[in-house]
Design a protein around this ligand. Structure first.
Ligand code: FDA
Length: 442
C-alpha cells in the first residue's frame, strides 16, 4: 500500500510513472546519489505503479525461459560496477553465487531475474506506491509558466479514490502494451501471450479437455508459447501459424550485439533520419520477430520425433494467415489460409493465442493534457533530447523524461534492458544539472 505523500504541500523533485526495470534502475541511481551527495540535498523522488506489487511480465515467466541479455546488463553494473544492487550481490544474498558461476552462463533464468528485480524493488519499497495507476497529469502554472505537474492516480482495485501528487519533473516509463491484429477480440478462449501462464493454469485447473490450441506469430514469445502449450497440454495438437517460411534466428553475434552498446545510442542519436532507419532495418533481427536458435532447434527436434513416433502434435502452418476467427461458447473456430495456394483450413480449437507482439504505450495514455505541451517532429514523433528529456512548449519549465518509446531517437535499446543502468545514470545527471541551473521554486 502507498507510503508516498500526496497533496500539493509535498512537492517531489521527480515522480516516476510506472515501476518496471527502467524506473527501478532510476530509483536506485537516485537513491545512490542521495547516499553519496554530501551536503547537497538528496532528490525527493517517488514512483507510481499500477500493479498491486512489483511484477515484470509475470504472464510469461515460463519456468525454463532464460534472459536474452547478459546478467551484467542488470540494473546497475554498466553504470557502477561497485553498486550493491547488482545481480551478483543479489546472488550472494541468496547464497547462490558459487552455484550460479558453475552454470557457466551469462543468461540467467527469467524467473531468477524477476526475483532479482523484486529483491531490488523491495529495498526501495519506501519510494513506491503500488496500486497507483496514473490517469491524468495536469499542468500547474505560475506567472504564465508551467512549473509543476499534478499527477493524478487511482487504485485500480478502488477506482473511485483519486490521489494527487505534485512534481517538478516526471519520468515516464510505462513500458509495452500487447499488440493485437486489427479486429481481434480477446475472451476466455482467445488470449494475448502476455497472459499465457495464468490462463493456462486456469484451463488446466478447470479440467476441460483441450484438443487443439492455435498460436499466431513468429517471434520469441510465439515460439515460447508453442513450446509451453505443447508441454502443458499433453493431449492437445498445437498449431503454430505464421506468414514466414520458418522462424528466423535472433542475431546475437558479437558485432551485431554492439548495436546495444551505450556508444551506439550516441551514434544513433546523432545520425540523420535515413541512417537511423537503415540501422534499424539492418539490425531489427537482433530483437524483432526472431527466436533463440536453441528454441528453434528444440521445436524442430520435437516435431521430427513426433513424425518418427507417428503422432504429430506439433504443427507448423507456415506461409499462412488467419483469415477468420469465430468464438463460440465452448470453442473457437480459426480459418487459416495457406498463402501460396489460397487453400483454407478450418481449425476447431479450444484456445487461440495471439503472440503478435507489443508496442510502447503512447505518452498520451498517461500524460493526458501534458502530452499536448510536448513538441513533435515532422513525422509526429516526440522530440526527445539526448538526456531523455522531452522537448516542451517554451512556457513549460517542469520536465518530462521518457524511458522506452524513444526508438526513433535513441535506437533499438530503447525498449530493452541493455542500457537501462546507463540511461538511469544519464537521467539522474540531467535532473541534477537542471536542479543546479534552476531558479528556486516551490
Ligand atoms: P515494463 O513494461 O517492464 O514496466 C512498465 C511498468 O509501468 C509496468 O509495471 C506497468 O504496470 C506500469 N504502468 C504502465 N502504465 C502505468 C500507469 N498509467 N500508471 C502507473 N503504472 C503504469 N528485454 C531485454 O533486454 N532482455 C530480455 O531478456 C527481455 N525479455 C523480455 C521478455 C518478455 C516476455 C517481454 C514481454 C519483454 C522482454 N524484454 C526483454 C523487453 C522489455 O521491454 C524489457 O525487459 C523491460 O520490461 C522494459 O522495462 P520498462 O520498465 O521500460 O517497462
Amino acid at each position: 500500500m502507498t507510503t508516498l505523500h500526496s497533496g500539493p504541500d509535498s512537492v517531489y523533485d521527480v515522480l516516476g510513472v510506472g515501476f518496471g526495470p527502467a524506473n527501478l534502475a532510476l530509483a536506485i541511481a537516485l537513491h545512490e546519489h542521495g547516499v553519496t551527495a554530501g551536503p547537497e540535498a538528496p532528490f525527493r523522488a517517488g514512483f507510481l505503479e499500477r500493479q498491486p506489487r512489483f511484477g515484470w511480465h509475470r504472464g510469461m515467466l515460463i519456468d525454463d525461459a532464460t534472459m536474452q541479455v547478459s546478467f551484467l546488463k542488470d540494473l546497475v553494473t554498466m553504470r557502477d560496477p561497485t553498486s550493491d544492487f547488482s545481480f551478483l550481490c543479489y546472488l550472494r544474498e541468496r547464497g547462490r553465487l558459487v552455484d550460479f558461476l558453475n552454470q557457466k552462463t551469462l543468461f540467467p533464468l527469467r524467473v531468477e531475474f524477476h526475483d532479482y528485480f523484486e529483491w531490488a524493488a523491495a529495498r526501495l519499497g519506501h519510494l513506491v506506491a503500488y496500486g497507483a495507476e496514473v490517469v491524468a497529469v495536469r499542468p500547474v502554472t505560475e506567472d504564465g509558466e508551467v512549473r509543476w505537474f499534478d499527477v493524478v492516480s487511482r487504485d485500480p482495485a478502488a477506482p473511485a479514490r483519486h490521489t494527487v501528487r505534485r512534481a517538478r519533473a516526471l519520468c515516464v516509463a510505462t513500458g509495452l502494451e500487447p499488440r493485437l491484429p486489427p479486429g481481434a477480440v480477446l475472451s476466455d478462449l482467445v488470449w494475448h501471450n502476455s497472459e499465457l501462464l495464468p490462463r493456462v493454469d486456469e484451463l488446466v485447473r478447470s479440467g476441460r479437455p483441450v484438443r487443439r490450441a492455435v498460436v499466431l506469430g513468429a517471434g520469441q514469445s510465439a515460439a515460447e508459447a508453442v513450446d509451453y502449450l505443447h508441454r502443458r497440454l499433453p493431449e492437445a495438437e498445437i498449431c503454430s501459424v505464421f506468414a514466414k517460411y520458418g522462424y528466423t534466428p535472433a542475431d546475437d553475434s558479437p558485432f551485431a550485439n554492439r548495436i546495444f552498446d551505450p556508444e551506439a545510442v550516441d551514434v544513433f542519436y546523432g545520425a540523420p533520419a535515413e541512417v537511423k532507419q537503415s540501422l534499424f532495418d539492418y539490425h531489427r533481427s537482433t530483437n524483432y520477430s526472431v527466436v533463440d536458435t536453441e528454441l528453434i532447434e528444440s521445436l524442430s527436434r520435437t516435431m521430427y520425433q513426433e513424425r518418427v513416433q507417428g503422432r504429430q502434435r506439433l504443427r507448423m502452418l507456415n506461409v499462412s494467415r488467419i483469415r477468420e476467427v469465430e468464438t463460440r461458447d465452448r470453442d473457437v473456430r480459426v480459418t487459416v489460409e495457406y498463402l501460396p495456394t489460397g487453400e483454407r483450413e478450418l481449425l476447431a480449437s479450444d484456445v487461440l493465442v495471439y503472440a503478435t507482439g507489443y508496442r510502447p504505450q503512447s505518452i498520451g495514455d498517461s500524460l493526458g493534457e501534458i502530452a499536448k505541451l510536448c513538441l513533435r517532429d515532422d513525422e509526429d514523433a516526440l522530440r526527445v533530447g539526448r538526456d531523455h528529456r522531452v522537448e516542451t512548449a517554451p512556457n513549460v519549465t517542469a520536465d518530462v523524461y521518457l524511458q522506452g518509446g524513444t526508438e526513433h531517437t535513441h535506437g533499438l535499446t530503447s525498449t530493452l534492458l541493455s542500457t537501462t543502468a546507463v540511461r538511469a545514470g544519464e537521467i539522474c545527471s540531467a535532473l541534477l544539472a537542471r536542479r543546479r541551473a534552476d531558479v528556486p521554486r516551490g
